[in-house]
Design a protein around this ligand. Sequence first.
Ligand code: NAP
Length: 282
Amino acid sequence: MFNIIDGKKISADMRKSIKAEAEGYRRKYRREVGLAVVMVGENPASAIYVRNKIKACEEVGIKSFAFYLPATVSQADLEQLVAGLAADENVDGILVQLPLPQHISGSKVLSLIPTAKDVDGFSAENMGNLAMGEKCLVACTPNGIMQMLKALGIAVKGKRAVVVGRSNVVGKPMALLLLNADATVTVCHSKTENLKDECLKADILVAAVGKPKFITADMVKESAVVIDVGMNRDEEGKLCGDVDFENVKEKCSYITPVPGGVGPMTITMLMYNTLQAALFRR
Ligand code: NAP
């Protein structure tokens, strides 16, 4: 019997407690928690993400500062804006929506975000602290997955976890979080030999590949927990994950759907990180 993980419900519950904590922070410190969001250009997908982030801020009582810059903005002007936000006492978190236009050096811009305000958790220092098991701001998507497992009481300690994908934003931080939670972790990627055999060992299988229906039923162990990070379009243009959900679900104890699984947690974790950033600064 499989359980479909309801990411929307877990996310909604988390937002309620973030809202209460943000309100408590406002009362105690007489200021609102603040998130600055910087968007450059008019990428339609980015525009939707930014809109949803600002809506989430409103929902949980975090003050948002949105900056929409034209695609033609110069490197110097963008750097000046981010440096100003870095120094601004009203801003607890800074998020620069990616991708940036080709003429902009993204790494230079991102390097201006102080570690303490890096609510995406992408900086080398936050990633390094995660690797060392130190307190830090953690990338939202993998941290959201850990919160999901926790909310459902799914044990991680001592389990075999396999992460397929090793990107800096999902796969690597995911593997580190699972390792820090005492799982025995294998990370697979495009050069992995015998991928199916590796996946079949997983009590917890996380797919972060970016290929529709890539994980098939013959790659999944009976009663595994399967977490699908993928956000892809199938042949009919419908949103789908990296897991062949219909065929895989029967083998799982728990499985996340796409949409409605991991996705809803990501923006909620951005709110969580912004609150953490405000608290860390105290
Ligand atoms: P990415 O940077 O493209 O990384 C993909 C990873 O998959 C790479 O490590 C790659 O290996 C590996 N891979 C590719 N083909 C493979 C194969 N045949 N066998 C084994 N591994 C293979 O992607 P990402 O940013 O991590 O994102 C992954 C997916 O998650 C995408 O669909 C993305 O849209 C989605 N996503 C969703 C959320 C959310 O909120 N739900 C957030 C972020 C990302 P190499 O390193 O060897 O190239």
